[in-house]
Design a protein around this ligand. Structure first.
Ligand code: SF4
Length: 272
């Protein structure tokens, strides 16, 4: 099958999945979100089809049961990874929707999670493992711009510059420490300790970027309009309340498809 034929199939799979989501859960995506998701799938395929073609086990579920938090709460850890095995080596890939820059700037938190998966794979499953890496599926700004502007050669150049595979060496000696940290998080969640960072903290620049946390992280957070810290942060910024208002309107009153999609949605809502 040629790469072009595969892309045609990807379009079909994408549309079929969307239709299933709509029928099963009444999920409707805006046109902009739908097309941006479609582009993400296609660009991901174009950049990483070399690895995609080699994957031997996809969506491998890894479970570490019977753990206990520092406050005595039982918990288990579950994760899903992709495995590439060939005659020379075995590589574990953990796919993340986060962008490449923030992954590279916060390697230790990704390292901790990969360490646990590597531990399960090697010690509980008794499998061989040579390399571990994160794959960032988020499209870099340069690729998004190239898709928008459609200048000749721009997309090829942006795709060539994109480095979505981030190798992270395993550190098996840190597994106990990592499990302890996960246990602490379990205690925080179960104890109802969900407080967001303060508005001041949202002004801190994210390492490896030139953007504040409030801009770099919070703008992608679905909880931002009900987050007191974010509301405070945005009201302090240059255009304050009007900016928040405009962003909120855009978020809530965005385009929910063409007339037919809206009618279908209303009919489905009426049925439920
Ligand atoms: S907007 Fe989201 S990411 Fe930002 S502080 Fe609030 S909860 Fe956290």
């Amino acid at each position: 099958m040629t790469d072009q034929e595969i892309e045609t199939l990807l379009h079909q799979f994408f549309d079929d999945n969307l239709e299933t989501l709509k029928l099963e859960g009444n999920h409707v995506l805006t046109v902009a979100v739908r097309e941006s998701a479609r582009q993400q799938v296609l660009m991901y395929w174009r950049k990483l089809n070399g690895i995609a073609k080699q994957v031997t086990d996809t969506e491998v579920k890894l479970t570490l049961p019977a753990q206990q938090s520092p406050e005595g709460r039982p918990f288990a850890i579950e994760g899903v990874v992709d495995i590439v095995q060939n005659t020379e080596q075995t590589t574990m890939y953990d796919l993340k929707t986060h962008d490449e820059v923030s992954i590279r700037s916060n390697l230790e938190s990704y390292e901790a999670q990969l360490n646990v998966y590597a531990y399960i794979w090697q010690h509980l499953r008794g499998e061989k493992l040579d390399r571990t890496a994160i794959i960032s599926t988020d499209l870099p700004e340069a690729v998004q711009r190239a898709l928008r502007e459609q200048r000749e050669g721009q997309l090829d150049y942006a795709l060539a510059k994109w480095q979505p595979i981030i190798e992270i060496p395993c550190k098996p000696d840190q597994i106990e420490q990592t499990l302890h940290k996960f246990g602490e998080i379990v205690d925080q969640i179960e104890g109802g300790n969900f407080a967001p960072p303060s508005a001041d903290q949202l002004q801190n620049v994210v390492p490896g970027t030139r953007s504040a946390f409030g801009r770099y992280v919070c703008r992608n957070c679905d909880a931002r309009f009900s987050c007191s810290s974010y509301r405070q942060y945005i009201r302090r910024s240059s255009r304050g309340g009007s900016k928040f208002e405009a962003e909120f309107r855009q978020y809530v009153l965005q385009d929910y498809g063409d007339d037919e999609a809206r009618l279908n949605r209303r009919l489905l809502e009426g049925e439920n």
